[in-house]
Design a binder for this molecule. Structure first.
Ligand code: ATR
Length: 272
């Protein structure tokens, strides 16, 4: 039977995953397809049953199902288990294996863009939600030791930092002490088109040469990135993270490493 893959979420129409994976399937001459499926909140159990019955070989999971899907999987990778979030399911001999490639995708993109980063870099994570969790766990697993989590709700930053042996700050403390950081990672949705505009953090105290990574890629440049660039910061948007999380999922499914450089350029052009 011809293989097929999917992405489930609500909403799903805006997802760029189908275009990306279809292009990779073609480039690698894999006779398979990848389709978006709208799965409303609260219906993930039925969706999983249907995907299994219909012979889906693997799928991506996006908002709001990343946590809700966990009880319906047979195996869960330790990193995804620790994060309590799955974005990739692989079907192997009828069993469902869950992984999380979001944070690992971020780290791959960071290392590709800034190969000079070192494990003792002082990292500030802005936000403490699902995205921050994935990224901070992946950074930790990759050997980064000095992490501070700053969040609008301080208690949430404290909870996440306790799990990771990191420090916690309020956003205003982080703004005051900004010069101590080498890398700033913006993980909230503030600055995204159709979400709130503006910036969650005032970076006017930024040290020149600091890396400022925003996980947003639409717009290509957020207010935070613009402000950082004007002050001599080195910026990166979220396209690389998106492409790498997809590439790692593709490898899990097919054991093929797809091209990430051309894909990143192609998506940048589409959004630009
Ligand atoms: P995601 O899974 O995309 O990370 P989430 O789990 O809802 O989404 O987390 C959203 C993050 O963005 C949180 O850290 C949130 O801060 P709170 O914990 O205080 O809610 C942060 N966030 C959302 N809107 C914000 C705003 N206007 N200013 C600062 N932080 C904001």
């Amino acid at each position: 039977m011809k293989k097929w893959f999917a992405v489930i979420g609500d909403p799903i129409a805006q997802s760029m995953s189908p275009t990306m994976h279809e292009a990779w399937l073609q480039q690698n001459e894999v006779d398979a397809s990848y389709i978006p499926i709208h799965v409303p909140r609260g219906t993930v159990e039925e969706a999983v049953r249907s995907l299994k019955t219909l012979g889906c070989s693997g799928w991506n999971v996006t908002v709001p199902h990343k946590e809700a899907i966990i009880p319906y999987l047979d195996e869960i990778d330790p990193l995804a288990e620790a994060m309590q979030a799955v974005n990739t399911v692989v079907v192997k001999e009828g069993r469902l294996h869950g992984y999380n490639t979001d944070g690992v995708g971020f780290v791959a993109s960071l290392r590709e863009t800034f190969p000079e980063v070192e494990a003792d870099a002082e990292i500030l994570i802005v936000g403490a939600g699902g995205a921050a969790k994935g990224i901070s766990y992946a950074l930790c697993r990759d050997g980064f030791r000095n992490m501070t989590i700053a969040n609008r709700t301080y208690e949430t930053a404290e909870q996440l930092s306790d799990q990771l042996n990191a420090s916690a700050m309020t956003l205003s403390e982080a703004e005051q002490q900004l010069a101590q950081f080498d890398i700033i990672v913006q993980t909230t949705s503030v600055g995204m088109v159709h979400s709130q505009e503006g910036s969650p953090l005032d970076v006017s105290r930024l040290k020149r040469g600091t890396i400022v990574a925003d996980i947003i890629y639409n717009p290509l440049q957020t207010e935070l990135m613009k402000q950082a660039k004007a002050l001599g910061g080195k910026t990166m948007n979220g396209i690389g993270m998106f492409v790498h999380q997809g590439a790692i999922a593709f490898q899990h499914w097919l054991d093929i490493q797809p091209d990430t450089e051309q894909m990143t350029a192609r998506i940048r052009q589409q959004l630009g």
